[in-house]
Design a protein. Structure first.
Length: 190
């Protein structure tokens, strides 16, 4: 035969005892995490965010043909893709694809069509580059230099030339603004 002794404490219930025990366990766990030399949140891997921005910048500009005394109207398009990655470091990956043509013109860009014009120029290029920083800068300006080789579509390279374009874009908290064409310079290959 067994006997059981029960007692009641006025104003105290099993539910209250359960709440008190749960609060005590939660408080001790919280104190252990805060008191640990390796906080629980420090063990989480850093969050990496990758974003892609794509811009298409049209080009239309008369330039002096550096191999002669004539002018060439350059028309084309430069597609820039800027990938950014933030996490333990800030990284930028830039790729561009440029293509277009050049036609003999007057200084104001008017095309020459009197029979003295030569075959059109053609150009295309593709380049990628990358840069990085230990942290994401609040604001900075990035210059993107691009060099294209222009030669006549007929295969004549006697007056082939290089066209250097300089684009700039301003980054704010890792996000690029629209690239702006700042300059075009040309130089004769021969």
């Amino acid at each position: 035969m067994s006997t059981r002794t029960t007692a009641t404490i006025p104003g105290f219930s099993v539910a209250a005892l359960f709440r008190a025990t749960s609060s005590l366990v939660a408080g001790m766990t919280f104190a252990m995490v805060l008191g640990s030399p390796f906080p629980a949140f420090a063990q989480l891997p850093p969050i990496t965010t990758s974003l892609r921005y794509t811009f298409s910048v049209p080009v239309a500009k008369p330039v002096v043909n550096p191999c002669s005394t004539t002018f060439v109207l350059i028309t084309g398009n430069t597609n820039l893709t800027i990938d950014t990655s933030t996490g333990p470091e800030f990284k930028i990956f830039v790729s561009y694809l440029s293509s277009g043509s050049g036609r003999d013109a007057l200084a104001d860009g008017t095309l020459i069509s009197d029979g003295t014009q030569k075959a059109n120029y053609a150009y295309s290029g593709e380049v990628t580059s990358e840069a990085g920083s230990p942290a994401t800068p609040a604001t900075f300006i990035m210059s993107i230099p691009i060099v294209d080789y222009l030669e006549r579509s007929s295969g004549d390279t006697t007056d082939a030339f290089l066209m250097s374009s300089l684009f700039e874009t301003t980054f704010t908290n890792g996000v690029p603004g629209v690239p702006v064409l700042k300059a075009i310079d040309v130089s004769c290959v021969h």
